[in-house]
Every structure is written in structure tokens, then in C-alpha cells.
Design a binder for this molecule. Structure first.
Ligand code: RFL
Ligand code: PHB
Length: 394
């Protein structure tokens, strides 16, 4: 077994793991990152597309926003659509904050480039990753590296950035952890298309057939989602069926608006789930991002919440490991969870407002809520504040 020491072991090289190691390195705290998948696999995963204000601030302070500013698109707000009606909510007017359309794949590329530039030790394709002695002051992580070498890294702190299916979440004993969960009876069919977006800002659409969304990645790449029943087989949706459903639900023809179809380059079905596990710290283990919580994507919060966790944890670990000051680390879980629950509520609220089921009473409530959110400044500002404007610390 090959043994080494580092101040921090970060489990997972997704956006939260690489961002955390970046912020720690900037303050002189070394870390080793251990990732189950290959670098190419992690970089290619299509996921989130919208960065909220505080995420852009964290990336700016970390010196990671150059390509985001050059290639991302700043959006003032979103459109809400339902049959016969389309309304724009201007977040800048409502709460003084904007959001940025910049894909998680691009954020990941920027983080990988920064990790390579500083010589960050990242073990991709690590097998049998296991966390040990987290309740002692000598925690360690073991794994088998890509070359088949058994390795052990001893550290002061282990950080679980390994998403919803990694080992960190379950390393908190059952007697200590509490979990909350909501599964939804629908899923999203997501597609990527090589076609210029038919809209400048995102369209979230309510429709009796189900929710639809028009998002985008670049001037020549569009992203779309359709509500489908949970467990849908992606093979049952032909290209024509997808474009017909998007045109119908997104309001092709409304006030002359035209949805332009194009070649579909990627398609997948995403289950929808809300999940929170507390506490986000146990002994020497800290949980970050999807390792501690999952939100349905309707509020565009998953990635933003992961970045916010890192924004709180990085300075807390720097204080702990360089100055012996444990105060911020001791309150990390409590502070992070305030934002987690706010975003869990907002994501559930957006999901509940926009996804249709069979109940005619629910549909009337949804339409009433949409009219309120688009017709009342107070209603619109509530949505805008949650979508674009939550401060890092609530
Ligand atoms: P990630 O990105 O899941 O990264 C976790 C990393 O840990 C690795 N890992 C392990 N490493 C070592 N040992 C093990 N045993 C390991 N097991 C797993 C994984 O390979 C991975 O590299 O979590 P992180 O960093 O917390 O970031 C969170 C965000 O990725 C996530 O919240 C969002 O992408 C959620 N999400 C979306 N959010 C949005 O806001 N908008 C979206 O459109 C959106 N689409 C999505 C999504 C999440 C998805 N998942 C998780 C299935 C679409 C999908 C398909
Ligand atoms: C995306 O572009 O993938 C996206 C945007 C907003 C959401 C969810 C996904 O709420």
C-alpha cells in the first residue's frame, strides 16, 4: 500500500470538489482529490446551465470567471409561459441581480484547467474508495488508483464532494444522520440540439400536457426539457415527437413566436427528487453539494447550491487548518443548511407550480399562482430573489 499525507482529502472531482481544492490551494492548504470516473467522463456530463449571482461572485473571487465573462451570456430574467400568455420577469429590475447562462460542462473545464495549472493531485478512475476513522483526529481515505496501486491518504479533514451516489453520505452513521426525501411522479426528458436558441432568455412553460423549458448553451446550441412520466424510456420519444411536444408546450405561434428545431445531439431522462441529509458535518467529515442534498432542477439550484456550500466551507477549513480556529467549521452545517432548505423549498415550489398532473383543482391553483407571480411586483420579486439573488449566507 502506498501511503501519503495531505491536509485535506476531497472525495469527488465534480464542480464542488475541484472548486474546493482550488480555493484551499489559493490559501496555501494542500489537498488530494480522489475521483471514481475518468476526467473525460466527468467533463462530458451534461447538467446544469444557469449560474446565479452569488455563484458568479464566488468564481470571480477565485479568478475563475474569464471564460464565463467572454463566452457566457448574462440574462436579466426568465419568461413564464402558459397557453395564451407569456410574461418576462426582469430580475435586474426586481432585485438588482442577474444570472448567467454558462453550462456546468464549461465550469468543469475551467476548474480542470486551473487544477492542471497549479499541479493539483487528482486521482481519476479510483476504485473502492473508502473513508475511515472519521470520528478520530486521524481520518484517512483508501482506494485503488488507475494503475491498480492500493493507496492510503491520511489527512486532517475529509470532504465528501462525491454526489448523490458516492460513499461519503453513507459514512455518517445511521444513528447520527437524518434524511428527508420527496420523489416526484414525473421526470425530465432533456435534449441538446445544434440549433440557434429561439429565445434570448429561458422560457419556463406550464401546459396541460406537462412542463417544458427552453434553455441554451451558446449562440448555436439549445437545451430543452419536457416533463415525462417517471420511468419513461427515452427510446419512446422520436425526434418528431420531441419537437412537436416542445412546439405545443412552449407556445409556437403565440404572438408570432417560432420554435426552430435542429439536430438532436444528446438526450436523456432525469429523475426528479428532493433529498436532504443532516448534519453536513460529522467528526472530521464535511459534506458538500449533491453529497448532502439533491433538488429537482426546476429552480436551477443544484450546481449553485454546491458552489454556495464550497463558498462557506473553504474559508472555514482555512481558518481551522492554518489558524486552529474551529468556529466557522463548527457552524458550517447549520449555516449551509439554512440555504439548502431555502433552495429545497424554492425548487419544490417552482416544480409544483409548473408540472401538471391529473387533478383539475391543482391546475387552477397553478394558473392562479402563475398569474400572481407575473402580475404582482411582490410575487415576481419573491421568485426573482430566490432564482437570482440569494446571498451566500442567509
Ligand atoms: P457531482 O457533480 O455529482 O460530482 C460528484 C463527483 O463525485 C464522483 N464520485 C466519486 N468519487 C470518488 N469515489 C466515489 N465512490 C465516487 N462516487 C461518485 C462522481 O463521479 C462525480 O464526479 O456533485 P457536485 O460536485 O456536488 O455538483 C452538484 C451538481 O453537479 C448538481 O447539483 C447539478 O448538476 C444537478 N443537476 C442540475 N442542476 C441544475 O441546477 N440544473 C440542471 O439542469 C441539472 N441537471 C443535474 C442535472 C444532475 C444530474 N444528475 C446528478 C444525475 C442533470 C443530471 C443528470
Ligand atoms: C439548463 O440549462 O440545463 C437548465 C436551466 C435552468 C433550469 C434547469 C436546467 O432550471
Amino acid at each position: 500500500m502506498s501511503s501519503q499525507r495531505s491536509r485535506v482529502v476531497v472525495v469527488g472531482a465534480g464542480p464542488s470538489g475541484l472548486l474546493l481544492s482550488h480555493l484551499l490551494a489559493a490559501q496555501g492548504v494542500d489537498s488530494v482529490v480522489v475521483e471514481a470516473r475518468s476526467q473525460a467522463y466527468v467533463a462530458a456530463r451534461v447538467r446544469a446551465g444557469i449560474l446565479e449571482h452569488s455563484t458568479v461572485e464566488v468564481l470571480r473571487e477565485a479568478g475563475l470567471d474569464a471564460r464565463l465573462r467572454a463566452e457566457g451570456a448574462e440574462h436579466r430574467g426568465i419568461h413564464l409561459h402558459w397557453p395564451g400568455e407569456r410574461h418576462h420577469l426582469d430580475f435586474v429590475d426586481l432585485v438588482g441581480r442577474s444570472v448567467w447562462a454558462y453550462g456546468q460542462t464549461e465550469v468543469q473545464k475551467d476548474l480542470v484547467a486551473a487544477a492542471q495549472a497549479r499541479g493539483q493531485e487528482v486521482h481519476y478512475e479510483a476504485a473502492d474508495v473508502a473513508l475511515h476513522d472519521l470520528e478520530t483526529d486521524h481520518p484517512h481515505v483508501t482506494f485503488t488508483d488507475a494503475a491498480g496501486v492500493a493507496r492510503r491518504v491520511d489527512a486532517d479533514v475529509v470532504v465528501g464532494c462525491d454526489g448523490a451516489f458516492g460513499p461519503s453520505r453513507a459514512a455518517v452513521p445511521d444513528a447520527v444522520r437524518t434524511t428527508w426525501e420527496r420523489t416526484y411522479p414525473f421526470a425530465w426528458l432533456g435534449i441538446m440540439a445544434d440549433v440557434a436558441p429561439s429565445t434570448e432568455e429561458l422560457i419556463y412553460a406550464w401546459h396541460p400536457d406537462g412542463f417544458a423549458m427552453h434553455s441554451l448553451r451558446s449562440p448555436s446550441v439549445s437545451r430543452f426539457y419536457l416533463q415525462v412520466p417517471a420511468g419513461t424510456d427515452v427510446a419512446t420519444w422520436s425526434d418528431d415527437r420531441i419537437w412537436d411536444a416542445l412546439a405545443e408546450r412552449l407556445g409556437h405561434g403565440h404572438d408570432g413566436w417560432v420554435l426552430t428545431p435542429g439536430p438532436i445531439t444528446d438526450r436523456s431522462v432525469l429523475p426528479m427528487r428532493s433529498f436532504v441529509q443532516t448534519p453536513m458535518r460529522h467528526g472530521r467529515l464535511f459534506l458538500v453539494g449533491d453529497a448532502a442534498h439533491t433538488v429537482p432542477p426546476t429552480g436551477a439550484k443544484g450546481l449553485n447550491l454546491a458552489v454556495a456550500d464550497v463558498g462557506l466551507l473553504a474559508p472555514a477549513l482555512v481558518a481551522l487548518l492554518t489558524r486552529g480556529d474551529a468556529r466557522a467549521a463548527d457552524t458550517y452545517s447549520e449555516r449551509a443548511l439554512r440555504r439548502v432548505w431555502r433552495c429545497t423549498h424554492f425548487s419544490w415550489w417552482m416544480t409544483s407550480m409548473l408540472h401538471t398532473g391529473e387533478d383539475p383543482f391543482d391546475r387552477q391553483l397553478q394558473l392562479s399562482q402563475l398569474r400572481w407571480v407575473t402580475g404582482s411586483t411582490a410575487g415576481a420579486a419573491g421568485l426573482a430573489e430566490n432564482y437570482a439573488g440569494l446571498p451566500l449566507e442567509l
